[in-house]
Design a protein around this ligand. Sequence first.
Ligand code: GLV
Ligand code: MG
Length: 344
Amino acid sequence: MKLPRRFFQPLAIGAPEPLREVPVRLERMIHFVPPHVEKMRGKVPELARQVDVVLGNLEDAIPADKKIEARQSFIRMAEETEFGSTGLWIRMNALNSPWALDDLLEIVAAVGAKLDVVMVPKVEGVWDIHYVDQLLAQLEARHGIARPILVHAILETAEGVKNVDEIAAASPRMHGMSLGPADLAASRGMKTTRVGGGHPDYKVLGDPAGSAARTAAQQDLWHYTVARMVDACLANGIKPFYGPFGDFSDPEACEAQFRNAFLMGCVGAWSLHPTQIEIAKRVFSPDAGEVAFARKILAAMPDGTGAVMIEGKMQDDATWKQAKVIADLADLVEAKDGSFAGNG
Ligand code: GLV
Ligand code: MG
């Protein structure tokens, strides 16, 4: 293990100092754009005003014969668009693919100063993060990039889940992690054909009750992994995200899955379709009633200590901290959206 005092040293001479904290930014939805599709690219300037993060997808869903075009089109899109406070990310190709190296070499050279985060797919362990970390430091140094480009891992292999704690702690360059339920299902040998969400056969059956039909409740296939991811991320001061929800015809199920992730600690999810932008905005903005209550707690306990009763409920240091999470999020939403409508 690296010595703690060396953890925050730049990995290349001339690379920027690693950040001590992940920047505070609203990232309720990471909106995926296939850069090689001209029609989609044309919508990016308008999209950049609606979403919190625009991500140029170079990996899965981009056909092999369009990989280079997608990369070059992403560079053009990044050069031509004013992103303001909206984040600009890429999902690079997998590290064992023929495209990964040039994704980083060409994109950092051309638009590294504008790029906030590189999403790395199929991360299996710290070795993957260390490789990208070192290479980014070399490229930042070569191209005079003043602000470190952060790394976001997709948790989508059985080995990655096994190593999730070490991955979260691998580098000060770590921004966060997203659950990748489609690849993870394949990697684990799950018997599903879906991109995220539940399955009607994954359920708990109530005891037989005479002649009445037995009750059955569908369970969340992703509960275990999201819980491990949230703990790994929050223990290391980085951000957890739910990933994709592939059934665009079922916005209700998408919303329920996003909401479970939000309540468990995730700060955002991927939007793969325009309808999912509003769903994510609604879910990952705090509930207006909760915000009002959280602000009451903070006002009643200005220094965050002691105990008070509000509306019959006991408040102490621990509820003050929960209230602070909600109120801080509401402040970010207000700053971005102008007004605060809250979710629900
Ligand atoms: C995302 O990349 C997934 O595999 O779910
Ligand atoms: Mg995947």
